[in-house]
Design a protein around this ligand. Structure first.
Ligand code: CO8
Length: 264
């Protein structure tokens, strides 16, 4: 891979988007590589959480940029058809981040602009370093957020705030992103990866199969009517009751001992 670095240890995959010369902007090659590596990760039982972050800039600053957007140099001459294809190319790995059985955490270490904010929003959880900056600057470039931003931002922060961010293109800092619900947590930049790994380890200590089913229940039910959503949840609840982890988790509680949860 030319633009990604994958490190796996202790059931956590740290996936770094690394294009130092372009502040990790997403070009077609990076999107293809993301799709490939996420497909591989989905098939691996030794990975339970994926932490997505940005690599250092060309001066070695690790907290300059998470992802500074889609690659403007690639997009500048797009025809309408090419632009559509580029958007669809991004949607495949973005939906993988959203729907894969592993939990995905964006550790946002600097600029999360345009497509950078959009890829963070495709993850299950976002933790921002205190120097992170978020924005949807696309309307200032004469385009719209096209990597899911017009849809995911409104779902995360509500329609009014999403419209304000998209129409004004204003930058917001990490604390404002936390205040409006765009990120789950803000930490000192030096603590970003430790904080993301601590959350990952807490999630890993739970029943991994149950966590992956809960993720599917939340995602699938979100756009359903409440009656059908709760029925879908009951069906998934039934499935978790046939697992080793359910017998072990409940048995351990009744026997007053620590549970040994193993299922994926
Ligand atoms: N694309 C391409 N190259 C970029 C990008 C980008 N998004 N961002 C930065 N770079 C490059 C710069 O061109 C520069 O390259 P070089 O050194 O060769 O001149 C290098 O990265 C360093 O950048 P700067 O010198 O500009 O660094 P600064 O510290 O001065 O500024 C900023 C940092 C503020 C982040 C600035 O680089 C910037 O404003 N970048 C663009 C941010 C932006 O507008 N992002 C949104 C892009 S549009 C988008 O994401 C659309 C997504 C949906 C697409 C849907 C298609 C269907």
């Amino acid at each position: 891979m030319n633009n990604l670095v994958l490190e796996v240890a202790d059931q956590i995959a740290v996936l770094k988007i690394s294009r130092p010369a372009a502040l990790n902007a997403l070009n077609s090659e990076t999107l293809d590589e993301l799709n490939e590596v996420l497909t591989e990760i989905e098939g691996r039982d030794d990975i339970k959480v994926v932490i997505l972050t940005g690599g250092a800039d060309k001066k070695g600053n690790e907290f300059k940029s998470f992802v500074a957007g889609a690659d403007i140099a690639e997009m500048v001459n797009f025809t309408a058809a090419e632009a559509r294809a580029f958007g669809m190319k991004a949607s495949v790995p973005f939906f993988k981040l959203m729907n894969m059985r592993q939990v995905t955490i964006a550790a946002v270490n600097g600029f999360a602009l345009g497509g950078g904010c959009e890829i963070a929003m495709a993850c299950d959880i976002r933790i921002a370093s205190d120097n992170a900056t978020f924005a949807q600057p696309e309307c200032g470039l004469g385009i719209i957020p096209g990597f899911g931003g017009t849809q995911r931002l409104a779902r995360l922060v509500g329609m009014g705030r999403a419209k304000e961010m998209i129409f004004t293109c204003d930058n917001i800092d990490a604390n404002e992103a936390y205040r409006i619900g765009l990120v789950n947590k803000v930490v000192a930049k030096e603590e970003l990866m430790d904080s993301a790994k601590a959350m990952a380890n807490k999630i890993i200590s739970k029943g991994s199969y149950a966590v992956s089913i809960a993720k599917a229940a939340i995602n699938n039910g979100y756009d359903m009517d409440i009656q059908n959503a709760v029925e879908m949840e009951a069906n998934l609840f039934g499935i978790t009751c046939s697992t080793h982890d359910k017998a072990e988790g409940m048995g351990a509680f009744l026997e007053r001992r620590a549970a040994d949860l193993t299922d994926f």
